[in-house]
Design a protein around this ligand. Structure first.
Ligand SMILES: NC(=O)c1ccc[n+]([C@@H]2O[C@H](COP(=O)([O-])OP(=O)(O)OC[C@H]3O[C@@H](n4cnc5c(N)ncnc54)[C@H](OP(=O)(O)O)[C@@H]3O)[C@@H](O)[C@H]2O)c1
Length: 401
């Protein structure tokens, strides 16, 4: 249930649910927006009317037909104040959108009304921070440079699996200050270097494998044996079982005579493993860390959070300190990845404008992991988040709208 202040704030927003400027741009869509609101920091999720926001100069307004859920969406009501303290509430969560363009801003050149698009909804970024840019609503405002056309024949549900996984992978691989690899290209020449992607069957890993291979790097990855063929189809040259007690030794042995271009650490325990491998290899001793050394995925909601948080933060500090000591001893640099950072730098347009449209149309980049559609309508998103908490393996949970 909402508290009295939260309810009053939501009523205020619902009262403004039809923005006059937006009605002028999209008359028949106005007053039809509905959203899954997050009422307040550590608040609850509730469906209600939402304003229709006219797209700014470099933005498009999209009617969503499919959205995907990510670990961060589940974590936001529990830990949002910890990892995104700038967020203003109420807000609309969600990063992965696929739908049809309803209106375009005055400076938009790549899209027109009626186009089918996918995009990374940027509500969570400090530079954006507004409910209109969250995915879990009927109508979302997207930045033009964070959207790509969906090729003919591709379903909205397939397209929706891409954005946050793709963005996070791109941040780790291509940003200055991270691995800063060569960009992906239609016919990239082999670089002769190898990238290690720990956690290749995750959503982030599935995109990282494809991007690194498209940039001309040999890819080594890890997964459970049931997903070996899957990650190889995405472009991994060698795959190792991360459950095996000898996995670190196995990867180091396979790297013999090769040059490392860096590692991307995804999943629990991945940073320690990648640091150990990078410290034993020739080449670039750099690990881009996508997952926290202590998984926050299990953070409980409500009053139990306070009991859980202090020991979890203590474990996080200890794990970070021990990782830093180990990395320093082995001459390995580490850096945490923020998967939305590309919204504000050159990697965003490089991926969504320069690479993805042709790569998707040619089938060089496939939507992966494949969608698992768990329901239809905004009300199905909470169930989808619960399903994600139960765990997935090489699947992306999608809700159609
Ligand atoms: N920093 C950021 O901005 C950012 C952005 C997005 C995600 N993330 C984080 O990245 C991680 C992956 O997110 P996602 O949405 O891509 O995950 P996901 O698709 O939900 O992950 C499911 C996969 O995780 C794999 N897995 C589980 N434990 C693993 C481990 N210890 N090592 C390697 N793989 C493991 C499983 O592989 P098998 O089934 O093959 O065993 C399964 O396929 C999460 O920790 C998430 O919080 C961070």
């Amino acid at each position: 249930m909402f508290g009295r202040d939260e309810a009053a704030e939501l009523r205020d927003i619902w009262g403004r649910a039809s923005d006059a400027a937006a009605m002028a741009v999209v008359p028949d869509a106005a007053a039809k927006n509905q959203a899954l609101w997050l009422s307040a920091k550590r608040g609850s999720l509730q469906i209600g009317p939402a304003p229709v926001t006219a797209p700014g100069a470099n933005e498009i307004l999209v009617r969503n037909y499919a959205v995907a859920v990510n670990p961060v969406d589940r974590l936001l009501p529990v830990m949002g104040d910890f990892f995104a303290p700038w967020l203003t509430y109420p807000t609309v969560p969600g990063s992965d959108v696929a739908g049809e363009v309803l209106a375009v801003g005055s400076a938009v050149t790549r899209f027109k009304v009626g186009d089918r698009v996918l995009g990374h909804a940027a509500f969570l970024e400090k530079s954006r921070n507004r409910a209109a840019e969250g995915a879990f609503q009927r109508l979302t405002v997207l930045l033009e440079h964070m959207a790509s056309p969906i090729p003919a024949g591709m379903d909205y549900a397939d397209a929706a699996v891409l954005p946050l996984g793709l963005s996070t992978a791109a941040c780790a691989l291509f940003q200055a200050g991270h691995l800063a690899l060569r960009p992906p290209a239609a016919q990239a020449l082999p670089t002769g270097e190898t990238v290690l992607i720990w956690g290749g069957s995750t959503s982030v890993g599935s995109n990282a494998i494809q991007l690194a291979a498209a940039a001309g790097y040999e890819v080594f990855t890890t997964a459970s044996p049931r997903n070996f063929a899957y990650v190889q189809r995405l472009g991994a040259a060698q795959v190792f079982d991360y459950h095996s007690p000898s996995v670190i030794r196995d990867v180091i042995r396979a790297m013999n005579g090769k040059t490392l271009a860096g590692a991307v650490a995804i999943g629990a325990g991945s940073a320690r493993a990648c640091v150990a491998v990078a410290g034993a290899c020739r080449g670039r001793r750099f690990v881009s860390m996508v997952s926290s050394p202590i998984p926050f995925d299990a953070a409980p909601a409500g009053w139990r959070r306070a009991l859980w948080l202090a020991p979890a933060l203590a474990r996080l500090l200890a794990a970070n300190a021990s990782l830093a000591v180990r990395a320093r001893r082995l001459g390995v640099k580490t850096r945490f990845v923020w998967g939305g950072a590309l919204v504000d730098n050159a990697v965003g347009p490089m991926i969504y404008a320069d690479y993805l449209p042709r790569a998707l149309a040619d089938g060089r980049h496939v939507p992966a992991p494949p969608p698992l559609i768990t329901g239809n309508g905004l009300a199905a998103i909470q169930e989808a988040l619960a399903r994600l908490e139960a765990g997935v393996s090489a699947q992306k949970i999608v809700v159609t709208l």
